[in-house]
Design a protein around this ligand. Sequence first.
Ligand code: SF4
Length: 415
Amino acid sequence: MSISEDASRAKVNTVHLARDLKAGGSGLARISGLYIHIPFCACRCYYCDFFAQAPGSEAAMDTHLAAVIQAIRRSAACGLLADITTIYIGGGTPSYFGHGRLVQLAYTLGLSLDLTRVVEFTCEANPESLTPRLVADLYALGVNRLALGAQSFHDSELRALGRIHDAAQIQRALQAARLRFDNISLDLICGIPTQSLSSWQQSLEAAVAAEVSHVSVYPLQIEPHTVLEAQARSGHLVLADEDEVATMLLVAADRLQAAGLHRYETASYATRDRECQHNICYWTGQAYLGVGAGAASMFNLSDGSRLRLHPANDNPSNINTEALNRKQALAEDLMLGMRMMRGLSLKQINDAATLLPGLDAAIQELEALALVERKDDRLVPSTCGWLLGNEIFLRLMPDVLMRAPANNSTCHSIR
Ligand code: SF4
C-alpha cells in the first residue's frame, strides 16, 4: 500500500471515529489543535527514522493532498474544527510538498475553519525549498509562524547529518522568511559528528544574530536503521559523549537566555509570547486532530477519559486506538507537564494524588534525587532534571503512579 493510500484510509478512519464520538453524545471535549502531516522529503537525512517518503513522488504527493483536503473538509462538515486555535503543518518537509499543493492546502484550511480564531498557524520549511514567493503566499493565506529546519550553521556538520542545504541557504531562507514573518523558529542539533564546542557556539551565535523568536535545541539521537547507525556500527563515526552533549545543552541555555529567549520546555526557547502554542496544547493535555498519514490524534471525553489514535508502525493505514481512563489521563498530564519549565502547581499535584496512589512516593523520590525543586507554589524540573528528563518521565509514567506504594506507608500531601 502506498503512503498516499495510507493517508486516505487512516484519516477517513480517524475523522469517522471523532464524528461518531461527537454524534454519539460521549461528550467529545473541544479540539484545540490541528496537525497536518506532509510525509515527503527530497531525500532522507542520515539520522532520520521519521515516517516519510524520500524522495516523495509527484503522484504520491498529489494523492496525499487530495486525501488531506478531503479529511479537512469532512472534519469541518461534522464540526470537529469549530474550536481549533492552533494549526501546525509539519513533516517530512512541507516546503518540499511544492508551492501549488501548499497553497491549495492553506486555502482549504481558510475555507474550512475560522482563521480569525486561530492564534498560531505554523508551517515547517527546510532552507533549500523556502522561496520568497512561498513565504508571501503562505502569509497571505493565514500562516503566521515559520519553523525552519536549520540544524547547524556549519556546512561540514550539515553534510555529516545528510542535510541537503548549506549555511548560505539558511541565511537566504531567513531573509525570505523575514519579508513577512516576525514569528520564526529555528531547529538546531548538538552532538553532531565533527561538531566541536566552539562550532556549536558559532551556530548559537548565528541563531541569535538571526533575531528569531524561537529556537528548538535537540541532542542528536542515533536511531535504528539510519545511515548514522550503520556508520556507528562500522566504527566510522566519532560521536560526542554524554558529558560533551550536556555541556552543549548548558551552553545553549546560557547563550539563548542571555539573548532574551527563555527556556519554557525541555528543548524549546522563545521570546515572550512566542512560545509554541501548538506544542503547549500537546503538553497540557488538550485534544488535537491529526490529518495526513503518520499523524496522531488525541480526543478527551467529558468523563475525563481519553482516546489516542496513532498509525501502526508497520502499516500506517491501520490506526491503533489507545484508551486511557480518567486516572491514566491525569497521570499522563503530570508527566507531560514536567516537560515544561513551569512544571506543575502543587494544587494540581495534590488534587491528582487523591486518585493516583503512587504519586506522593514518586514526587518524594524526584525531590530526593534533586531532579525537581519547588519554586513558589510549583514543582519544576531542576537543571539536573532538565538534562536527565527521562529520569523524571520514568517516575511519572501512568503505570507507576497508579500503583499503590509497596510499603503501605501513609500518603501525605505536598505543601
Ligand atoms: S527533512 Fe526531516 S523528515 Fe525529512 S528526512 Fe530530514 S529529518 Fe527526516
